[in-house]
Design a protein around this ligand. Structure first.
Ligand SMILES: Nc1ncnc2c1ncn2[C@@H]1O[C@H](COP(=O)(O)OP(=O)(O)OP(=O)(O)O)[C@@H](O)[C@H]1O
Length: 447
C-alpha cells in the first residue's frame, strides 16, 4: 500500500513513519508541489501531513484535499496546534483521522491501517461513480454527485444528450466529460455556440457550403458537424436555432445525413450531438419557437447542471480550486481566503454561477494586497453593496417618479392641476420635476 508524507519544518517522529515499511511504500514529500505530484503519479491510499502553517498554507492544503476525494488524510498535530480553530476545522472536516505528536509507532500503524480500510469502504460506496475531479469537474455536493452518476450513464450510450442549466454552470465542461468517457473519446470534440453567430452564417458554420453557394462563398467549406465525424459535436444555446436549422438538425439526428449549402446530396456523418440550453425549451415549444419533435428527440437523455447556489460547500471547494489554478497570477504572499470572504461567498446568490466565481477569484488574486483575500477583494463586501433599506428607498423614488409622470400625463402637463391632484404645492412639484429630471418633459412650461 502506498503512503505519502508531507513533512513539516523540523519534523520529529518520522522514525515512526519509517517503521511502517515495508508493509507501506512510504514517499516523503518536502512541500506541497511534491505532494501534488505524488497524488497524481502514485495515487497513495493514505496521506500523512503536518498541519504546519510554516510549511504550507492550510487553505492550499484544503484545495488539494478537495481534488483527491478517494485519498484518506491523516493530520499530525501537536495539542497546541489543535487550539487553532483553522487547524481544528481542517482536521474535523477533511481528515479521516489525526494523531497527536510525538508519534507512537504502534498507534500510527493502527491508524493508517484503519484509514486504508475506510478508503476501501468509501471506494465501494462510490463504485460506478467517477469522482468529479477525475472529469475535470470540481464538486462533492449531492447535486453534483447525482450529475456525475447521470453523466456516467449517458457516456455509456451513443444517443443525443440535452444539457440544461443556467449560464456558467459547466454545461460545456459536462459535454466534454461525456465525450471523454464515451467510446468516441479518440475522435474530435467540436463546440459551436449557436447563439453567437447570425442566422445567415450559422447555417454554413454547422452544415458547410459548396463553392459559389452564395455570394462570397469563394471556396467549399466543411461544416462543424462534418468536422466532428467520429466524435462529438456540442451545440450550445440550441434554443437560438432558426426553424429552418432546427429541421436540418432533426434530419441529421434521424438519418445521420447532412447537406452542404448549395449541394442537395446527402452526406453521411457519424457524430454524436450534445446540445445545451439555458432556456426552458419546453416553454419555447409551447410558444411555437422550438420544434416539438426535435425537443423530444433531444430530451431522451437529459442532464441538469445545478446552479452554484445549490451546491453548498462546493462553493468553497471551487474557490480554493481556482485559487490554486490561478495562484501564479497573484501578488506574492497571497495565501488564501479570509473567513469573512468564505462567509460572503456562501451568502452570494451567484447569478453567473461557476464562471462568476472563477472571475471573482481571479480578480481578487490580482487585486488583493493582504495575505488573505477578503470579501471586498471578491467584490462581495456587504458594506459596499446596497442594503435592503436603500433598495426600498430606490423603490420609493421610482414610485414617486411614476406618480409625478402619471399625474402630468393625466393633466396634459398642467403643473397647477397636477400639483393639486398630487396634493403638493406647485413649488414642491417643480422641485420633484428637477429631482427626477422631468423638466424636459415639457411639464415646466405648461402652466
Ligand atoms: N464543476 C466545475 N469544476 C471546475 N470548473 C468548472 C466547473 N463548472 C464550471 N467550471 C468552469 O467554469 C467556466 C464556465 O463553465 P462552462 O463554459 O462549461 O459553462 P456553461 O454552462 O457552458 O456556460 P454558458 O451557458 O455561458 O455557455 C469554465 O471555465 C469551466 O471550466
Amino acid at each position: 500500500m502506498r503512503l505519502a508524507v508531507l513533512q513539516g519544518a523540523g519534523d520529529t517522529g518520522l522514525v515512526a513513519v519509517d517503521a511502517l515499511r515495508p508493509e507501506w511504500d512510504v514517499q516523503r514529500c518536502a512541500n506541497l508541489n511534491e505532494l501534488s505530484a505524488a497524488l497524481h503519479e502514485r495515487t497513495p491510499q493514505v496521506v500523512l501531513f503536518r498541519a504546519d502553517e510554516a510549511l504550507v498554507p492550510l487553505e492550499s492544503l484544503e484545495g488539494l484535499v478537495a481534488g483527491s476525494p478517494l485519498v484518506q488524510w491523516i493530520a499530525l498535530v501537536t495539542p497546541e496546534e489543535l487550539e487553532d480553530p483553522r487547524v481544528r476545522r481542517l482536521v474535523a472536516q477533511t481528515c479521516t483521522d489525526y494523531q497527536t505528536l510525538p508519534l507512537d509507532a504502534v498507534r500510527l500503524r493502527h491508524t493508517v491501517g484503519h484509514a486504508a480500510g475506510m478508503g476501501r469502504l468509501r471506494a465501494r460506496v462510490m463504485e460506478g461513480v467517477t469522482s468529479p475531479s477525475e472529469l475535470g469537474l470540481v464538486g462533492a455536493s449531492p447535486v453534483m454527485l447525482k450529475l456525475m452518476r447521470g453523466l456516467e450513464k449517458v457516456a455509456a450510450v451513443d444517443a443525443p444528450v440535452l444539457v440544461h442549466g443556467e449560464t456558467g454552470t459547466g454545461k460545456e465542461l459536462v459535454a466534454r466529460a461525456i465525450h471523454a468517457r464515451s467510446s468516441r473519446r479518440r475522435g474530435p470534440f467540436v463546440a459551436v455556440n449557436c447563439g453567437a453567430l447570425p442566422p445567415t452564417l450559422i447555417h454554413s458554420e454547422l452544415f458547410g457550403h459548396e463553392r459559389g453557394a452564395f455570394t462570397g462563398a469563394a471556396s467549399r467549406r466543411i461544416g462543424r458537424i462534418e468536422t466532428a465525424r467520429g466524435g462529438t459535436v456540442f451545440l450550445d444555446e440550441i434554443g437560438d436555432l432558426s426553424a429552418e436549422l432546427q429541421s436540418h438538425l432533426l434530419r441529421f439526428l434521424e438519418e445521420s445525413t447532412i447537406e452542404r449549402l448549395g449541394n442537395g446530396d446527402p452526406i453521411r456523418v457519424d457524430a454524436r450531438v450534445i446540445a445545451a440550453t439555458h432556456v426552458d425549451l419546453e416553454g419555447a415549444v409551447a410558444e411555437g419557437r422550438f420544434r416539438e419533435d426535435l425537443y423530444y428527440r433531444l430530451n431522451v437523455l437529459r442532464l441538469d447542471t445545478p446552479p452554484l447556489r445549490e451546491r453548498g460547500d462546493d462553493i468553497e471547494l471551487l474557490a480554493r480550486f481556482f485559487f490554486q489554478r490561478y495562484r501564479s497570477e497573484s501578488a506574492p504572499g497571497v495565501r488564501g481566503f479570509s473567513r469573512e470572504a468564505i462567509a460572503a461567498m456562501q451568502q452570494h446568490p451567484w447569478p453567473g454561477n461557476v464562471r462568476e466565481l472563477l472571475n471573482r477569484v481571479r480578480r481578487a488574486l490580482v487585486m488583493s494586497e493582504r495575505r488573505l483575500i477578503g470579501a471586498a477583494d471578491l467584490g462581495l463586501d456587504r458594506r459596499a453593496r446596497p442594503r435592503r433599506q436603500e433598495t426600498l428607498e430606490r423603490a420609493r423614488i421610482a414610485a414617486e417618479r411614476e406618480a409625478v409622470l402619471g399625474s402630468l400625463r393625466a393633466n396634459r402637463n398642467n403643473v397647477t392641476r397636477a400639483a393639486q391632484q398630487l396634493g403638493v404645492s406647485r413649488v414642491t412639484l417643480y422641485r420633484l420635476l428637477d429631482k427626477h429630471g422631468l423638466r424636459s418633459h415639457g411639464a415646466a412650461e405648461a402652466q
